[in-house]
Design a protein around this ligand. Structure first.
Ligand code: PHE
Length: 454
């Protein structure tokens, strides 16, 4: 049976390009520039990068197609979309769990994302005031360590980041921000190219490339594979409903497949460029690649401190990173805010206030995990690492798999074919096999392997 097409009450993207830019804006964020390099460093480099790229291609792209497909079919917020689609396909109402879990995951992620967004704010101030002029690796590292060691500084900047984010959400001015991103994102891209150019002058560019791209499988462990898979989901914003919301505004005739491929390429390209900018600086300055979440804050200042016009480029870089973090933050909290509005009939301002306060409070755990609670470990992880593990490595992959299973098994072939518009039967079949069998099995193997069952 074919169900008549729904219209989103929020309208549609004006063109396929607007959608690609908006989705890329939500996808590109701290995940690419802050998280990808430090995870790569912690997990031994190249083999991690290879697994990450394989996950983006073999899991990320087909799952992104599924998530857009569900969104475009349902044309509502994730919880409602899943409810409507479960009814439409005679599936159990428990499939709504995809919407619930995704909404929760978004809030959990934003709680620590805001803390790192706060670091970015602080680094704008440090760059503008010339803190890094002539900086050595040691100076950059000690500046960072003093900064994160101060609970009150992190508290302050986390608060500022959250207040501004929620003000954007409450004021409904995302539209303006998203338009601005269309110009700012390409600028960020060029700045990254400039940094790669600086890294070429360090004499350690080859070593950086080797670290990133010459696979050394001896470094591969179950947990680094899980980290690579989790990062693929995190970076592409998959598995929590963000892409589903964006998909709900996609015009009927847009090709979901080629759009997903382009978003994945842009997102991965930014991450790889960040890696190519950072690792040569790490090696040139004898810094520790596995030093963790502070990696970019300890390396990039060295580059800015020693290049001509470094104050301008450095300030600009952190400003653009901040904007990239904001667009992602908004997409992380939007499911919760819209759900509060729909369910409790509250104003947008109130919904933003409640979500903001709750997320901010939770974020204090991350603030303290770098200082007061640094020695407090849960299963050997700090509060921040634990939260990141639960969201990126468990909630997003499992959410993504549920979406894939729904699109692959519960929706009829006629329906998915009509939404995806893939005229080549072989390509359609490939997508179907990937979402029905390969992706779910692969995610479970990686999970079981990481906890030591396999
Ligand atoms: N993809 C974003 C980043 O790389 C983070 C994010 C995850 C945003 C999930 C929305 C949903 O920074």
């Amino acid at each position: 049976m074919n169900i008549p097409d729904r219209q989103s009450i929020h309208g549609q993207w004006s063109s396929r390009w607007t959608f690609i830019l908006a989705a890329t804006g939500a996808a590109v964020g701290l995940g690419n520039i802050w998280k990808f390099p430090y995870l790569t460093g912690q997990n031994g480099g190249s083999a991690f990068v290879l697994i990450y790229i394989i996950c983006v291609a073999a899991l990320g792209i087909p799952l992104m197609m599924s998530e857009i497909l569900l969104g475009r079919r349902g044309r509502a917020t994730p919880i409602r979309t899943m409810k409507a689609l479960a009814t439409e396909n005679n599936a159990g109402q428990w499939w709504q769990i995809i919407g619930w879990a995704g909404t929760l995951a978004g809030m959990l992620i934003l709680s620590y994302y805001s803390v790192i967004g706060g670091w970015t704010l602080a680094y704008i101030v440090k760059s503008v005031t010339g803190t890094f002029t002539g900086a050595t690796g040691d100076l950059a590292a000690s500046t960072f360590n003093t900064f994160v060691g101060s609970a009150s500084s992190l508290f302050f900047w986390h608060t500022v980041f959250m207040v501004i984010t929620m003000a954007i959400v409450a004021g409904g001015v995302q539209g303006g921000l998203e338009k601005a991103v269309q110009y700012l994102m390409p600028t960020l891209f060029f700045l990254l190219l400039l940094m790669v150019g600086y890294s070429m002058t360090t004499g350690y560019f080859g070593k950086g490339l080797e670290f990133l791209f010459t696979p050394d499988f001896s470094k591969l462990t179950g947990s680094s594979m899980l980290a690579a898979m989790g990062q693929a989901f995190f970076s592409l914003s998959l598995g929590m409903g963000t892409i589903m919301i964006y998909g709900s505004y996609v015009p009927k005739d847009t090709s979901i497949a080629s759009t997903s491929i382009m978003i994945a390429i842009a997102d991965t390209g930014v991450a790889l460029l960040a890696g190519m900018a950072i690792f040569p600086i790490v090696f040139a300055n004898n810094l520790e690649p596995g030093s963790g979440p502070g990696l970019i804050f300890q390396t990039l200042p060295v580059a800015f401190g020693n290049m001509t016009g470094g104050i301008v480029f450095g300030s600009l870089f952190f400003i653009l990173l901040l904007v990239a973090a904001w667009t992602s933050s908004i997409s992380l909290i939007e499911p919760l805010v819209t759900w509060l509005i729909e369910t409790f009939d509250m104003s947008r301002i109130k919904a933003a206030l409640y979500s903001g306060v709750a997320t901010w409070l939770l974020g204090l755990g991350t603030v303290w995990s770098f200082n007061l609670w640094a020695d407090l470990k849960f299963f050997g992880l700090t509060f921040f690492d634990l939260l990141d593990f639960i969201t990126s490595n468990l909630m997003l992959p499992l959410g993504g798999i549920l979406m894939a299973l729904f699109a692959g098994w519960l929706m009829t072939t006629d329906n998915t074919k009509a939404e995806l518009h893939i005229s080549n039967p072989l390509l359609y079949k490939t997508w179907q096999i990937l979402v029905r069998y390969i992706a779910p099995v692969a995610v479970f193997i990686v999970l079981l392997n990481a906890i030591g069952v396999l």
